[in-house]
Design a protein around this ligand. Structure first.
Ligand code: PLP
Length: 372
């Protein structure tokens, strides 16, 4: 029992009475799906990130898949993405028959290295899926320039990066289709859910049709004009999203404060490398707090200590190409992306969420120092 009281979770959603009120309103309205709350959520979200259009979906993965469909990715097309990401960054195009090509990452930002992406382009390359890992904006202009030069589609996986800024503008506002995700560990949660932002009205209409079983704008419930999916979000979750959006700025500020406190506490600990700092062009939106340790061995020592202390952790993130299904399906092995593999062996997520208490953070820092 004592351990439970002293435990510090890895993550925890930040919800209040406003969310309860908005969800209750929807429950009492009887419009549980395909209702006006979804439209409202989309409008408010688009406004918050500075995109002209947004289409809400059932998950970030669903949103990425839909952008792969609208990009026309089909069997045998190569798609370049980051190995240091969540599996969905690659799965989204594999669903359409795309073939994963992993380009290595930059050791400082942990995002795709544009030179490695350029080197990975072949005549069969169809698209680039760029990830803003841990809320740090990728090298958007360089990567888009590569895509433009080779005539490739460009998809931005911003699932972890709501509120991040690239060259002073929020992600979602720059032009390429971008996807944000709302699982409970994210900056904004709807339980499950995601959203696609686009600057094309035509693509937006297509996304709305694709998520809704391929129904057309004007046809009836039983008319399907294309092959679609059931990737709809519902109004209950959209209401939750509206409540969270209303205090997005507060959420981002509080998360920034938690991250800054970790920065102070961990800076002095030998062997702990904290996440890279912002610069003029890149302003992170804090999603998780991932530190780099000297080796896999030291990471396991820290983990054993955290387990004894009841402190949450995760071995964020394994390299996608070395996941069992990837090895089996494509024969990927160690050595394909050395930077990503080295980082995967040494990185670790610490407890991090909106409103995490300073005392808890001090305990995490003490545990880290003691284990190292
Ligand atoms: C980088 C990245 N891409 C895609 C996803 C998929 O989002 P979802 O879990 O909502 O399908 C996530 C979510 O964890 C993610 O972190």
């Amino acid at each position: 029992m004592k351990q439970e009281v002293r435990g510090i979770p890895l993550s925890s959603p930040y919800l209040g009475e406003r969310e309860e009120e908005l969800v209750l309103e929807v429950l009492r309205s009887g419009r549980l799906s395909l209702g006006p709350t979804i439209d409202r959520f989309e409008e408010l979200f688009a406004e918050a990130v500075g995109a002209p259009f947004a289409a809400a979906v059932s998950s970030g993965t669903a949103g990425l898949h839909l952008l792969c469909v609208t990009a026309g990715i089909s069997a045998g097309d190569e798609v370049i993405t980051s190995p240091y990401s969540f599996a969905a960054s690659a799965n989204c195009f594999i669903y359409e028959g795309g073939v994963p090509v992993f380009a290595d990452i930059d050791a400082r930002t942990l995002n795709l290295d544009p030179a490695a992406v350029e080197a990975a382009v072949t005549p069969r390359t169809k698209a680039i899926v760029a990830v803003d890992i841990y809320g740090y904006p990728c090298e958007l202009d360089e990567l888009r320039a590569i895509a433009d030069r080779h005539g490739l589609a460009f998809i931005q996986d911003s699932c972890e990066a709501l509120g991040a800024r690239y060259k002073e503008a929020r992600l979602g506002s720059h032009g390429p289709g971008a996807v944000f995700a709302f699982y409970p560990n994210k900056q904004l949660t709807t339980g499950e859910g995601g959203i696609v932002t686009t600057h094309s009205e035509e693509e937006w209409r297509l996304l709305r049709s694709l998520r809704n079983q391929g129904r057309g704008d004007d046809g009836g419930w039983l008319e399907h004009v294309r092959l679609g999916f059931n990737y709809r979000i519902d109004d209950v979750r959209a209401a939750l999203g509206i409540g969270q959006l209303e205090r997005l700025d507060e959420i981002l500020r509080l998360r920034g404060e938690v991250a800054a406190r970790y920065g102070e506490l961990l800076r002095e600990i030998d062997g702990v490398e904290i996440p890279c700092a912002d610069d003029e062009d890149h302003v992170r939106s804090w999603f998780v707090y991932v530190v780099k340790l000297p080796s896999n061995e030291s990471r396991e020592r820290v983990i054993a200590h955290f387990e004894r202390e009841g402190i949450g952790f995760n071995r964020y993130l394994p390299s996608i190409h070395l996941q069992p299904y990837m090895r089996e399906r494509y024969g990927f092995r160690e050595g394909l992306c050395p930077v990503s593999e080295d980082v995967s062996a040494r990185t670790m997520a610490l407890p991090f969420f909106t409103g995490l208490e300073p005392e808890a953070q001090e305990r995490v820092a003490e545990a880290l120092a003691a284990a190292l």
